[in-house]
Ligand binder design. Structure first.
Ligand SMILES: [Zn+2]
Ligand SMILES: [Zn+2]
Length: 325
């Protein structure tokens, strides 16, 4: 695997944070800021990488999910950092639209922030001696961005695809064309001929072309079998909820699922089953596939994570109650 250029520091992170990328030009930028409760860990990572948060010139977000924008609040407040995001998502954030970040629907608290620069396809991100192309790659979210450095052919892909996974599809909050858009975005990323890539989750991607081919095949199979997209999303979203809550008592799993915004939507629409009937099936399926495990009557995700401290989640307001930006 050829190493990434020296200006790029890939910060691979454990859940609930997504990976971050430090773009170390003469005006250093941070791409994605992790989950909110991991703020201190984010600051520590930046200092260890030799670019303390005080030295940053801004934050750029691939998309507005909580694992990518959670550190925005603390970093913006402490270090006065400007934040850039796609205009479709930045506009929702700044208007305090209740669907912002799909946070309430997903049950993923995000602390308030403000987007200072609204990005669009064709824009450039100037980190001083390094310039990144802004690529609008919708699918996983409507305003999803990827970033490309043409000289080194390095791709920062957000949640558009991963080394061994794809971004989950949300037709309910990101549009019924999400899957087709995601596929179009992957075709476009493939044409860039990247030699190194990193994404929001998992290790750096040594062979972007083969990872992209696998991701495209997977999405293509979902076009004819939408239930696959539903199962994939339900498992990812529920595992993430278990990380934020540091597990759930087994008897609370079904009532929890039925009380969320997302589960009944996936259940009724993509999976074609009444939520009350599907909830125990999701639990069984995740136990069977080894994504979750039961210990002393509590259900835990198997993937390593650091849950927010007690009381943290409950103290974060939903976007509908964020103070005006
Ligand atoms: Zn993510
Ligand atoms: Zn995401």
């Amino acid at each position: 695997m050829s190493p990434p250029p020296s200006w790029l520091v890939f910060l691979e992170r454990e859940f609930p944070s997504a990976n971050s990328v430090l773009v170390r030009g003469s005006r250093p930028l941070l791409i994605d800021s992790g989950y909110g409760s991991d703020l201190a860990a984010t600051e520590t990572l930046l200092r260890a990488a030799g670019t303390p948060p005080e030295a940053l010139h801004g934050i750029v977000n691939t998309h507005y999910h909580s694992d990518h924008v959670g550190g925005n609040h603390g970093l913006q407040e402490r270090y006065r950092l400007p934040i850039a995001a796609h205009r479709l998502e930045g506009d929702l954030v700044n208007r305090r639209e209740p669907e912002t970040c799909a946070g309430e629907w997903l049950d993923q608290p995000v602390e308030p922030y403000r987007v200072d620069r609204l990005l669009a396809e064709g824009d450039e991100i100037d980190a001083g001696s390094v310039t990144l192309q802004v690529l609008h790659t919708p699918g996983h979210t409507t305003g999803h961005l990827s970033f490309f450095a043409p000289r080194e052919r390095v791709l920062i892909a957000g949640d558009s695809f991963h080394g061994r996974d794809v971004g989950w599809i949300n037709p309910f909050r990101e549009g019924v064309n999400g899957l087709r858009q995601a596929l179009d975005s992957l075709e476009r990323l493939d044409r860039l001929g990247a030699v190194w890539a990193c994404s929001g989750h998992g290790p750096a991607i040594a062979e972007p072309a083969s990872a992209l081919a696998a991701a495209r095949r997977r999405y293509e199979s979902w076009l004819t079998d939408p239930a696959k997209a539903g199962w994939h999303a339900a498992k990812r979203i529920f595992a993430y909820a278990l990380m934020l809550k540091d597990g759930l008592p087994v008897e609370e799993v079904v009532p929890y699922l039925l009380g969320t915004g997302w589960f009944p939507d996936y259940s009724q629409s993509l999976l074609g089953r009444p939520p009350a009937e599907l909830a125990p099936t999701l639990l069984e399926e995740m136990l069977r596939s080894g994504g979750v495990a039961e210990r002393e009557g509590r259900l835990f995700p198997v993937t390593p994570y650091t849950s927010p401290p007690p009381g943290w989640l409950a103290a974060v307001p939903w976007p509908r109650s964020w103070p005006r930006s």
